[in-house]
Design a binder for this molecule. Sequence first.
Ligand SMILES: [Zn+2]
Length: 252
Amino acid sequence: MRACPRQGGSRGAVLIELIMTTIIGALLVSVLPSFYFAYIKLWRQETASLGASQQASRVIRRMKSDIRNSRSGVTSSDGSRLTLVMPALAYNAACQGMTVVIGADGSQINGDTVEYYFQQDPNGTGSRGGNVYRQLTRADGTQKIPRLVADSVYPSLNPLSTSTGSPLPVFYHDADKDTVIVAVTASEPKPSAGTFAPTSLEPICSRDGGDLVRVATDGKPEGAIHCTNCGARAKPGSELVTYRTEIRLRNH
Ligand SMILES: [Zn+2]
């Protein structure tokens, strides 16, 4: 006897398939886009945050050996400039390299001067940043061309000092501990994700273009990022990362 296709069963399968297709379709339409947008948001945030961290850590890495090896460090009153006196070096044939010169009294001798300074972008206002340069002056007074160490640095967005309530200076020399504290806030625009709001190079509020400021709150004495227009509802168009390092001067 030949088996006939079961009409009812076939119709049932079609119905189940239709229901399944509808459910899967609904899932695709409702759940996937939210995954997609959450992922895009995370990706934009992570990429920008990584860029800003790299920028800030690069500045500090660049300064570290100069600060450590210097004989003395002086910071300007506004903390935008650090002047380091390096020990004099001379070629040592026995070591086949440059070594520190030791004077008659057994101590080091002053050599080159290295200055690090922050210069604000002349076209900028508010939270707009500037560059950090390194200037070398030879022991004989010859000034070398300043070299750019970092751009897009935002000292006005440095964490607030608990003692003064103002943003930490870029450079601070703690005479008691003989350390130099460097605080660098770098900004990195969030990468564009097509149709979303245009990215901004400046750390401004992406909602209204307002300047960003640090405002001390109960939970955050170092200050939370606020917008001058929307306050705590600020939507920074870029990721801001602060690196703060204490470097000991070890040469005397
Ligand atoms: Zn705003």
